[in-house]
Design a protein around this ligand. Sequence first.
Ligand code: SF4
Ligand code: SF4
Length: 436
Amino acid sequence: MSTRLRTFTGGIHPPQHKSLSAESPVEILPLPERVYIPLSQHTGAIAEPTVSAGDEVRAGEKVGDSTAFVSAPVHASVSGKVSAISVHPHPVSGRQKAVVIEREGDEWVEPEGHAEYSALSPGEIREVIRSAGIVGLGGAAFPTAVKVSPPERVKIDSLIVNGAECEPYLTADYRLMIENAEEIAAGINILMRALNVSRSYVAIEDNKPLALREMEKAVSVDTGIEVVSVRTKYPQGSEKQLIKAVLDREVPSGGLPMDVGVVVNNVGTAIAVREAVVLGKPLVERVVTVTGPNIRQPKNLRVRIGTPFKDLIDFCGGTVSELAKLVAGGPLMGIAQYSLETPVIKGTSGIIVFGAEDAGDSKEVQCLRCGFCVDTCPMGLIPCDLVTNIEKGHWDEVKRFGLADCMECGSCAYVCPAGRPLVQLIKYGKAKLAAD
Ligand code: SF4
Ligand code: SF4
């Protein structure tokens, strides 16, 4: 393992709260009676349904696809009958069209795996990854086949595999690194082959010594995979911050990791890639951390995609007191939910359950010009002035202050003593500019 302990400028050190679920091995959630498979669970074009109400489907069968380059197919996560294709609550976009399947048994499509994946060409691996509907499982849900298909003019020399899991509360990736380190290493080898790179780095925060040890045991030096310990700091797991920490390269303003020769993937994505290529299994389940101060038994659960959040909460013993707030994702970048019928999608890394006493009731006051947000922003922005210009509608200034470079990490809002809704205003500013 590398002894480097690198990091980036800015960032915050919020309370971790990971001990709630970190020691809970991954359990398999019993199969749901009904699943809702949203046709958009990824960045890019929404898939079109490839089934109709009344059709019988098996688990692993494609139920939606798109011809767009930036998109991903979606698959039935259970066997049964399609009862409807209708609009349903969605954890990211609020509401979204979904294929509804009433489960009957647990029948799977015949898998076509490639145990000898070294015989596959990079193009063949990319096609398997696309067909399996694999997207980034860290939360961003960018289609993995697109990530590993850079334009000809771009030279990729390094793959970084993100095991930082820097958001408080979440422990799904941590459990995967402890319980499935060899599968992660196999997935990394496949991704390296797809990208034709000889170097990769598994970046893990230094507050996870057991994960560092297990991953170190699983990789061997002659495969070109190096395990790198990075400093525990939020948002260490963001792509640009990870690249800075591991390779000391700066992604330019408005640029992408590939502009500095790097592709970043998450450890869960590496496992999904291995399952797709070696076992012929599409992305129909994932590990989700169910945690928070108001859940009786915090757990890490292997869950079929499309399972309503209510099923997960019930399996964890329900809530301690009345549910006041439910967040999908981490507490800093996650999204508050309005329905327990909302399903787990490919990017759902966790759900966090709060009671009234933990949900927060901060009162906003005027900006104090303290500058804490400026010191904290990992992108080197001036959040206070950025949002002031958004409030005033000074859109040329908003662009000049680097709105497009904000990754909505929430670090500025976390440190703001005035309780300013900085991220909400930034999201509003982005939506306004996108609509004009
Ligand atoms: S301005 Fe954006 S990138 Fe900077 S701390 Fe705030 S949310 Fe994060
Ligand atoms: S941290 Fe909050 S109060 Fe301080 S300068 Fe930034 S916006 Fe203003």
